[in-house]
Design a protein around this ligand. Sequence first.
Ligand code: SAH
Length: 354
Amino acid sequence: MAEKARELILALAEGKSLSTAEYLRIITEADDQDRKLARNLANRARIAQFGEGIYIRGLVEFTNVCKNDCLYCGIRKSNQEVVRYRLTQSQILECLEQGYAAGFRTLVLQGGEDGFFTDDRMCEIVTAIKQCHPDVAVTLSLGERSYDSYRRLRKAGADRYLLRHETATEWHYAKLHPPAQRLETRLECLNHLKALGYQVGCGMMVGSPFQTPECLAADLSFIQEFKPQMVGLGPFIPHHATPFAKEPAGSVETTLLLLALVRLMLPSVLLPATTALATLHPQGRLLGILSGANVIMPNLSPVSQRDNYTLYDNKANTGAEAAEGLAALSRDLETIHCHIVIGRGDAPNQLISN
Ligand code: SAH
């Protein structure tokens, strides 16, 4: 056993903050036993915070039109193969009704950066959702927008915002994005969202091209400092029509270690076991939960459009990945003594009333 790595994992589990160098030691030195220790401690931390309940979020991928050209992403502007679509407001509300009936009390609206969805249009959608179902939390994942835009959306009723920082290392950010997209802007957006009172989620891919262990350590340090309420963290998976088509996928094992470290660092964080993890491993969701994840985001998008929202190849979107597969998901969760919670699922230290 790597003595130092084990010591650091135990310190983290006791609530100590670690330095970037210490996170790096865990990432580079932890052996199988240490990784198992981290996962088990994180699983225990999850249970201490949330019991056996797993939160579900209904994910509506409402547009795959995007003005950005992130090198890793299948719906990047330059990908000519994509059949582009936009859901109408009434289609989004239909997804809401289906989800509500199934027990979802959080709707996540995710999309490319699509100029069609102006502040006026987005605010109208958020307002309509809240009018139909005031008890539903609205999470937005629309990329970078102005402070004023975030302010208006918040005022319209949006509760949470997911904006992965993607990587906290400047040179790495520049390898993953065209020059027009800057880490500085991304971080500014995250700060704006926090200042506006959103529950905010940042996060990164594990194993993205050019990523080094130092990058991951910097990501953990950033998360420790930023203290988000949510963290989105999944493996990179190549998409055939992007510049990274030939790059290898991220490692399931490392993703599980990172999930565990995030849970130990921020015990009450909302941490999804991502679709990307489920895509790489048949038991990905359950392994994620056993490593500290406490949220699952089944797909609530219209079945006819799901194949068009392909961020990476072979993206899982049926069975327990899909909203209509909740019964299957329930059965899966039972095998690890967990169950789905019907409710908004706010982080325990910040039950927000609105
Ligand atoms: N346009 C929104 C939503 C982006 S898609 C935004 O900018 O926030 C949501 C997340 O999917 C991204 O933040 C990215 O981390 C992840 N993603 C994109 N392409 C991926 C790939 N090839 N493999 C794994 N995850 C990917």
